[in-house]
Design a protein around this ligand. Structure first.
Ligand SMILES: Nc1ncnc2c1ncn2[C@@H]1O[C@H](COP(=O)(O)OP(=O)(O)OP(=O)(O)O)[C@@H](O)[C@H]1O
Ligand SMILES: [Mg+2]
Length: 279
């Protein structure tokens, strides 16, 4: 059981012009992997995730999930986006139960499953609250619970913590590590943060731009939970930064400033270890 991406290409037409957004992407995602897709803005991370989710079609090549070509969305693949798209008129528990009810699960069983999942994301005390009464981090926990309760084989996450403050993000990192250990889900995680990728994943796939493609892969063979100050992780972060530097400069020169340079620093690492909007 695995996801195989074979010779994948994607073109978009913009203003009558064809643009190659992904070119010859080949990747095998094994069951139980926590794989991060990391790369400069516009390199096609979300497009790749959406193609795996079946929300977007491929122009070339294919994605196989357990040897079946992906032709559309499926219950085995659930996506969590940057902004939790909760139903504002439903309480937390009803948001989490929503998909189960559609699937035909009885109300009683759906309620029990939702409670159990909300416990996992530490929201047991907020089951009756409405989305507008929650913080951004709590809303994102509900979105994760809503995805997990469907028991998908693959959890696809597109910058799920990108809009959160640093403290909430760190908290959710450890919760997600916990969830990964407990549920053994296969997680495909798009991020801008080298730190986040190295802390959470067992594989980090670096993508380059114009056209979007896979540049390199790093294996992070250290057990969880990981320490923020582990020198082994800092070393890998430095290596990844070196690999990405040229790609970041390429994007910034084309989009912002012809003379753009990423400041040379004494690696490992820049102050907050997060390239933020640079990549
Ligand atoms: N529906 C679309 N129509 C036309 N072009 C698109 C469409 N969706 C994405 N693109 C283009 O494809 C490229 C890749 O976009 P994508 O959103 O996958 O990048 P990304 O790596 O996720 O970027 P970011 O890190 O900023 O989220 C971009 O240049 C974008 O403008
Ligand atoms: Mg994106």
């Amino acid at each position: 059981m695995s996801i195989e991406i074979k010779g994948l290409g994607k073109e978009f037409t913009q203003n009558g012009q064809q643009r190659e957004v992904l070119a010859d992407v080949n990747l095998t995602i094994n069951d139980g992997d926590f794989i991060s897709l990391l790369g400069p803005s516009g390199c096609g991370k979300s497009t790749l995730l959406n193609i795996i989710a079946g929300l977007e079609g491929a122009s070339k090549g294919k994605v196989l999930v357990n040897n079946q070509v992906v032709t559309g969305p499926g219950r085995d693949r659930v996506v969590v986006f940057q902004e939790a798209a909760l139903f504002p008129w439903l309480s937390v528990i009803d948001n989490v139960m929503f998909g189960l009810k559609i699937k035909g699960v009885s109300k009683k069983e759906a309620h029990e499953m939702a409670l159990e999942t909300l416990k996992m994301v530490h929201l047991s005390r907020f089951t009756k609250a409405y989305p507008h009464e929650l913080s951004g981090g709590m809303r994102q926990r509900v979105a994760i619970a809503r995805a997990l309760v469907m028991n998908p084989k693959y959890l696809l996450m597109d910058e799920p913590f990108g809009a959160l403050d640093e403290q909430t993000r760190l908290l959710l990192h450890s919760e997600l590590q916990d969830i990964w250990q407990k549920t053994k889900k296969t997680i495909i995680f798009v991020t801008h943060s080298i730190y986040e990728a190295v802390q959470l994943s067992n594989r980090v796939v670096l993508m380059g731009t114009r056209p979007g493609r896979i540049m390199k892969e790093f294996s992070i063979p250290y057990s969880q939970p990981r320490s923020k100050s582990d020198p082994n992780l800092a070393y890998i972060e430095g290596q990844i930064f070196d690999e990405l530097k040229e790609e970041i400069e390429k994007v910034m020169r084309e989009e912002v400033d012809h003379d753009y340079h990423v400041a040379p620093n004494n690696l490992p690492w820049s102050p907050d270890r997060d390239m933020g909007s640079h990549i």
